[in-house]
Design a protein around this ligand. Structure first.
Ligand SMILES: C[S@@+](CC[C@H](N)C(=O)[O-])C[C@H]1O[C@@H](n2cnc3c(N)ncnc32)[C@H](O)[C@@H]1O
Length: 293
């Protein structure tokens, strides 16, 4: 019997994935669940490198929008046998997608061998093995995030798109997330939307271009420290932003305050076009203000 909300589909790139029939969104489209999980989140965040650093401190990873658990499984695979303890904190409002994925694990492939672990997380909201602790917060992310005790180092942010999942892309939501970041934390997401980047900036992140994936020539990274961004949004982005039809974050109440904030954001004083000595001056000034560490 077919499921009322989900169906297994083959993407245009030939990957097996899941479509939400009501929202008409295919997960990890078109490259498929594991390729997107690995390229956009695991590899881009340099997870393997993080596992070799600071071995006595637990690495905390937020998996926002657990969904069909492709990002979570890719994380479990990557951290297996690492010496550093890892805590994976997943958030999901509706576990039906994960139950559907479990029922179709043979077709999807990536859940093979992980079925019992997924059953444990569904039943107990917690799974622990060797160096890994995996906890699940079942409920609305905007509420659950308030109660999370462990501040994060890495964020894999994967809700549905802003078109159908607005509340997860507002400044308010990103501000709550920013408050749960370690002093040095990174955020990764598939969107390249101008309004989303403006919301992240307003919430207190520095924001940059992320790796290309599928049909997108770039995605979005954000960081608590500017120096951690490989490719920060620059003056050219700022110029495009001033001309954009979608420059304001979803639900923005005070456009002129927001515009003033973005135009004067510290990130855009980065001296891309200046010579070496001016760059040094800028770095010294920023160091004294705590922008660089
Ligand atoms: C694109 S799917 C996630 C795919 C998933 N990361 C994976 O690897 O399979 C988006 C997920 O975000 C969840 N979601 C949307 N809004 C949410 C909210 N307010 N709180 C928690 N989860 C939410 C949806 O229920 C859905 O399962």
């Amino acid at each position: 019997m077919s499921h009322p909300l989900f169906e297994i589909v083959t993407t245009t790139a030939g990957a097996v994935s899941i479509r939400n029939k009501k929202l008409n969104e295919i997960m990890h489209n078109p490259v498929g669940p594991m390729r997107e999980a690995n390229e956009l989140y695991i590899e881009q965040s340099n997870l393997k490198w993080h596992l070799t650093q600071d071995l006595t401190t637990e690495l905390v990873i937020y998996d926002v929008g657990l969904g069909a658990a492709a990002n979570a499984i890719a994380t479990l695979q990557a951290v297996k046998n690492s010496q550093r303890p890892v805590r994976l904190v997943s958030f999901e409002i509706d576990l039906e997608l994960l139950r559907f994925a479990l029922e179709h694990s043979t077709q999807l492939g990536y859940l093979s061998g992980y079925e019992d672990i997924v059953k444990t997380i569904l039943a107990d909201r917690y799974y622990e093995h060797e160096n890994i602790k995996w906890q699940l917060h079942h409920g609305d992310f905007l509420d659950c995030i308030e109660d999370v005790n462990h501040k994060c180092h890495l964020i894999y942010y994967d809700p549905y798109s802003p078109k159908v999942n607005e509340a997860m892309w507002t400044t308010e939501c990103f501000t709550k997330l920013r408050a749960k970041c370690q002093p040095r934390a990174m955020f990764y997401n598939y969107s390249q939307a101008t309004a989303i980047r403006a919301a992240l900036l307003e919430a207190g992140f520095y924001v940059g271009f992320g790796k290309a994936t599928g049909l997108k020539n770039h995605t979005t990274q954000a960081a608590t420290m500017l120096k951690d961004l490989k490719s920060p949004l620059d003056q050219r982005w700022l110029e495009r932003w001033t001309r954009s039809d979608s420059q304001l974050p979803i639900g923005c109440q005070d456009a002129s305050r927001l515009k003033n904030f973005i135009l004067n954001h510290e990130q855009f004083t980065w001296p891309f076009n200046l010579g070496a000595s001016a760059q040094n001056n800028w770095a010294n000034r920023s160091l004294s203000r705590g922008l660089l560490k």
